[in-house]
Design a binder for this molecule. Structure first.
Ligand code: BJW
Ligand code: ZN
Length: 244
């Protein structure tokens, strides 16, 4: 890994320290240093198959047992991972801001585990499961052991409480994200490939409403083209240096 660019770090730190209304959006990259695999790139495979092919309602309807094996593996894995310095830096940022929004695409619960108070979970959570049909929901820790768990309320199938491709995002989360983009002075975008909509468009929307954009990633992404500053480096090293 090459050294961090000190000028980019200073520019990002200046933008953040001058702002009191900050929105942060995180993706899988912030949890990579905790050992949670990302979706795209070398880490995005499970038993040789793309995670993307399993994260669809079509895959679940076709073979729920197969999709449950993948999600049980991930739910079980979460008991062994912990937040890293990147998650913790965002807790400090929340404490010092007048207004703060933490929007995450992640379903791993690590922002909550780090101590972030209000987290807007755009793509749901692995901490809960829900019925495919009725309103039944319960913690994943109460998931029955069956290969294809059934709903105790209506008898249909339980599924992870995450958002798959082609599904709508939670309405309340989208409304809060919209409020964040309308009111933030700076939007900090961390560890996302910027390929999955609608989250991929948030930085552009925030910029069109007057916000400055700071990006933290290992590499250039589509978000880099709208960012005022892109800092290239691991979030666990960069965030503690730029949030003060
Ligand atoms: C580091 C690092 C380190 C690594 N430090 N950085 C408009 C146009 C075209 C298509 C659409 C559109 N609107 C909607 C769509 C369809 C679709 C979509 O976006 N498709 C595109 C792929 C083309 N979107 C949807 O279907 C969404 N629903 C929706 O919009 O409903 C209305 C609608 C439907 C259909 C048509 C039109 C409207 C739902 C999206 C749900 C996404 N769900 C998933 C799975 C969640 C459950 C699970 O976990 O299993 O969410 S997919 C997956 O991707 C997951 C992630 O949250 C999401 C984003 O991934 P992320 O976080 O960016 O991770 P990676 O792996 O891609 O990138 C990691 C990054 O970190 C990289 O850049 C690394 O460099 C970096 N990195 N280590 C810093 N240490
Ligand atoms: Zn049900």
């Amino acid at each position: 890994m090459s050294a961090l660019d000190e000028r980019d770090l200073a520019a990002a730190a200046d933008l953040l320290s001058d702002a009191s209304r900050i929105a942060v959006m995180t993706g899988a990259g912030i949890s990579a240093e905790s050992g949670v695999p990302t979706f795209r790139g070398a880490g995005g495979f499970w038993r040789g198959r793309s995670a993307m092919d399993l994260a669809t309602p079509q895959a679940f309807n076709r073979d729920p047992e197969d999709v449950w094996k993948f999600y049980r593996y991930r739910i079980d894995g979460l008991s062994r991972v912990e937040p890293n310095a990147g998650h913790r830096a965002l807790v400090s940022l929340e404490r010092r801001c007048e207004r703060f929004w933490l929007i995450t695409q992640n379903v791993d619960g690590l922002h909550h585990a780090a101590g972030s108070e209000r987290v807007i979970e755009l793509h749901g959570t692995l901490a809960e499961v829900r019925c495919r049909v009725c309103a039944y929901r319960c913690p994943s820790s109460e998931l029955p052991d069956d290969p294809v768990p059934g709903c105790p309320s209506c008898g249909d199938l339980l599924r992870p409480a995450v958002v798959w491709f082609g599904e709508d995002l939670p309405r309340a989360a989208l409304a809060e994200a919209d409020e964040a983009m309308a009111h933030c002075e700076v939007m900090l975008v961390v560890g996302t490939s910027g390929l999955v909509e609608p989250a991929a468009s948030f930085a552009r929307w925030a910029r069109s409403r007057g916000a400055s954009i700071v990006e933290v990633n290992l590499e250039t992404t589509p978000i880099s083209s709208v960012a005022d500053v892109s800092v290239f480096g691991p979030a666990g090293e960069v965030l503690p240096r730029i949030v003060g």
